[in-house]
Design a protein around this ligand. Sequence first.
Ligand SMILES: Nc1nc2c(ncn2[C@@H]2O[C@H](COP(=O)(O)OP(=O)(O)OP(=O)(O)O)[C@@H](O)[C@H]2O)c(=O)[nH]1
Ligand SMILES: [Mg+2]
Length: 311
Amino acid sequence: MASSAPDWIDAWLAGDRRALSRVITIIENDGPESARIVRAMQGRLGRAISVGFTGPPGAGKSTLVNVFVGEQRKRGLRVGVLAVDPSSPVSGGAILGDRIRMTRHADDDGVFVRSLASRGHLGGLSRSAVRVMDCMDAGGWDMIVLETVGAGQSEVEIADIADVKVVVAAPGLGDDVQAIKAGILEIADILLVNKGDHPLASQTVRHLKTMANMRPVETRPPVLKATAITGEGVQALADAVTELGQSRRVAAPLARARRLVRRAALDLASARLARADQADMDRLAKSLTTGEKSVEKAAEELLRLVLKEKS
Ligand SMILES: Nc1nc2c(ncn2[C@@H]2O[C@H](COP(=O)(O)OP(=O)(O)OP(=O)(O)O)[C@@H](O)[C@H]2O)c(=O)[nH]1
Ligand SMILES: [Mg+2]
């Protein structure tokens, strides 16, 4: 019932920063008001464009996100920033705070910044990121910027939640091609060479174009160049993000929901597998050694058995 909704729900839906912060905290902790919040989101999702920035340490992601946010503000958009560190156990802690440097926008009511850390559990982190993005989207934030810190498979999973994926590279970080892992390149919608003021920048652009050309032409990402410290190239980046994002935002909430379900199912299956019945395990293992069952058949049967039991 709308009439009984607390003020902070109205304030959140009207775009208030403090109310958004409160809503996110409740959602993250799965508090008793979570269901009410999720209900309030209905019909309000799919308006925001989300963009994820990822790439090797030191490439200039944070500097770039800062100027990107500034550019969006110039265009009149309200921006929510979510910094995610899959490798750090400290949520909102000093470590992540140092690495995201959003101080330039701290006094701006049109910029909301939140950080998330892993608490040692990727599934939980991925779920939190999805829900925080929904809270921002429903709250009327126009552009959601996801910045991932850290590297590896978990970084790819988190970055992939955004509608538009920007992979940031920089010259002079050793072998760029090595520094950017294959999985990251595969999800890139835009490859961005930052530190355009560096003498090797054009060479890095050429390298990345060669790599991009290995992808089928329909999914081949453009390679852009920018200099975050001067802001050069940031308008072109913002244009590219908007163009891609506009065609994707309507479908994005359902894609995020699918991700939530898939991730929860994976977590459920591994939790159940961890306490599978020893006798079942032994029987299935034996059926493998006698050639009675293939690995796949044994695995399917094990999954069926563990998922049948009541939680
Ligand atoms: N010359 C030059 N330096 C830059 C540019 N952009 C960022 N830097 C510098 O590169 C260093 C790393 O920048 P950050 O923005 O912290 O990079 P990051 O990718 O967020 O780094 P991590 O959070 O540690 O992964 C800083 O000293 C920046 O000032 C640029 O366009 N040109
Ligand atoms: Mg950083």
